[in-house]
Design a protein around this ligand. Sequence first.
Ligand code: ZN
Length: 208
Amino acid sequence: MDADAGKRIITALGILESMSGFLVFLDRDGTIIDEADLLCDPKKLRLIHGAAEGIKLLNSKGVRVAIVTNQPVVARGLCSEDDVKAINSHLLRMLKKESAKIDAVYYCPHHPEKNHPEANDPKYRRECGCRKPKTGMLEEASRRFGIPSDKCFMIGDSTRDVQTARNFNCVSILVKTGYGGNDTKFDAKPDHVCKDLLEAAKLVVSLI
Ligand SMILES: [Zn+2]
């Protein structure tokens, strides 16, 4: 192989490398918006200070941003999937007003607990592969954008999010908004702890 051919291959690899980019998974409640227990009403959405700015910073560096959120409110019969979609659309519009863009939204409407006094629609009352700390939603986003887990970050406010990142083998960043890691559900130590989403976004940008 001549030297020019070698250079061409290296350049092509470089282009492929830069195309693969980075992907940040964002938890929704307590990370982007105020934690409001079992949120079903779009009017109650409140952006956490600096959240839009943090997302905007990631956008400016070409980092893909995907929301991954557990919404057991659906399994509990407190709101429908359409309600969840309406809340998500409203959130995206609020962020857009601040020039912040989300590339994809994934939600898990399931809850595994059966024989619950609330709604027991078997469509939602079941084990699934998407409820965090399982990694179904992350895997789907990773596939969609062609970005492997070692180029991914998970930002969230609960030990469930930290455990999800562990299970997916990506970098975990715990934010001190929302539960701030005080939910004690999973014994998982984050790779980094940040004050809020803006600080976490700055950290991601410094690491890529
Ligand atoms: Zn699910």
